[in-house]
Design a protein around this ligand. Structure first.
Ligand SMILES: [Fe+2]
Length: 364
């Protein structure tokens, strides 16, 4: 059976049919892969405002959405857009790729209710970071602890998010993203099978500390979707999830808000979660690091990417400020008929896996 025949057979049985790129962007706007495994950057010239106002806007935005889901994160430099346009853009990406009609834009539980940009604006600010840092305490000497996928404490978490920075440090303040389809590829077939069907509890308990300290009151919601309500900030999600846009499996646990794999003992869960986060942190070949310019934009698929900020600049003297708009997607699910990314694309497994599988065949 050829790879094409195998992929076609698999797709037949999928709960949600994956979407294909229509390549309408490529004809107008050149782009390049920032790293082989993750990240695409468009060359100067593309403007989100032009895309959302184009006569064939739906075609262009659908193409961009599929590209983001395939490449995990896309970078656009020097964007002249308002926050209202930022919101419209990210909501349309979700809608064009089939998110439920009840899923809108997220209202963060500790967003600033007085922000002139409205409740759907999450301000990423070094000033705020100083205040929240005081509440969270000294923290850790491992910068790698910052890896997360946004708002996974919500029953309906994010599909796409867009961040635009309007104040950037002269150096530092980079953001890193990791490809969580590729994290799945770094697991042995036996371990993949073991994790498929398991669930993890995610919690936004840190935000409760902010409320306790009197910094912010938790917004009880609904926070952009009818499912995202209450002040508990806890959700249960599959450890391996299927991205409906690509049909590929990714690891959706291990970092950030993940607290426990429910079907395992606490000790077992700790070991497995540590391994999953190690795969993210220690495999720099599935990461991309972006150096921000003023008004640059990053758009990522939160279902299939982890990310982390870098706080290597002096927040007392240097500002780093921007706004994130966060689209809400579907309730995460695992489709047993979905494929790994490499399987779907006909790419060989990572080198270490190939060697491992070859050694098994030899000893059989
Ligand atoms: Fe984030």
């Amino acid at each position: 059976m050829t790879v094409a025949q195998y992929s076609a057979e698999k797709k037949q049985a999928l709960k949600v049919q994956p979407l294909k790129r229509n390549f309408s962007l490529d004809a107008i706007y050149p782009s390049f892969k920032v790293q082989p495994n993750i990240g695409t950057e468009f060359k100067e010239g593309i403007q989100i405002r032009d895309l959302i106002r184009a006569p064939n806007a739906d075609e262009l935005l659908l193409d961009l959405a599929v590209l983001i889901s395939e490449r995990n994160v896309v970078f656009l430099r020097n964007q002249d857009i308002s926050f209202e346009e930022q919101k419209e853009f990210i909501d349309r990406l979700g809608k064009l790729t089939g998110k439920p009609s009840t899923s809108g834009l997220h209202i963060h539980p500790v967003t600033n209710p007085e922000s002139e940009l409205g409740l759907e604006a999450l301000t990423i600010s070094s000033e705020n970071g100083k205040k929240t840092g005081q509440v969270y305490g000294a923290g850790t000497e491992f910068a790698s602890r910052g890896w997360h996928s946004d708002i996974t404490f919500e029953p309906v978490p994010s599909d796409y998010a867009i961040l635009r920075l309007r104040e950037v440090p002269p150096e530092g303040g980079d953001t890193l993203w990791a490809n969580s389809y590729e994290v799945y590829e770094r697991l042995s077939p036996a371990f993949q099978k073991f994790l498929e069907g398991l669930t993890a509890t995610h919690s936004g308990d840190n935000f409760k500390l902010l409320e306790k300290a009197g910094y912010r009151k938790i917004i009880a919601g609904p926070r952009g979707a009818p499912e995202d309500v209450g002040t508990d900030l806890t959700a249960v999600h599959p450890v391996i999830r299927t991205n409906p846009v690509t049909g590929w499996k990714s690891v959706f646990a291990g970092s950030g808000f993940t607290r426990r794999i429910n079907e395992l003992s606490k000790d077992e869960s700790d070991v497995v979660l540590k391994h999953l986060i190690d795969l993210v942190v220690q495999n720099h070949d599935l990461q991309v690091r972006y150096r921000w310019g003023k008004h640059d934009v990053a758009i990522w698929d939160n279902r299939s990417a982890f990310h982390t900020a870098t706080t290597d600049f002096d927040a007392d003297t240097i500002l780093r400020i921007g706004e994130r708009a966060t689209s809400l997607g579907e309730r995460p699910y695992f489709d047993p008929n979905s494929s790994s990314r490499r399987e779907a694309l006909g790419i060989a497994p990572p080198a270490a896996r190939r060697a491992h599988l070859a050694s098994l065949n030899k000893s059989a």
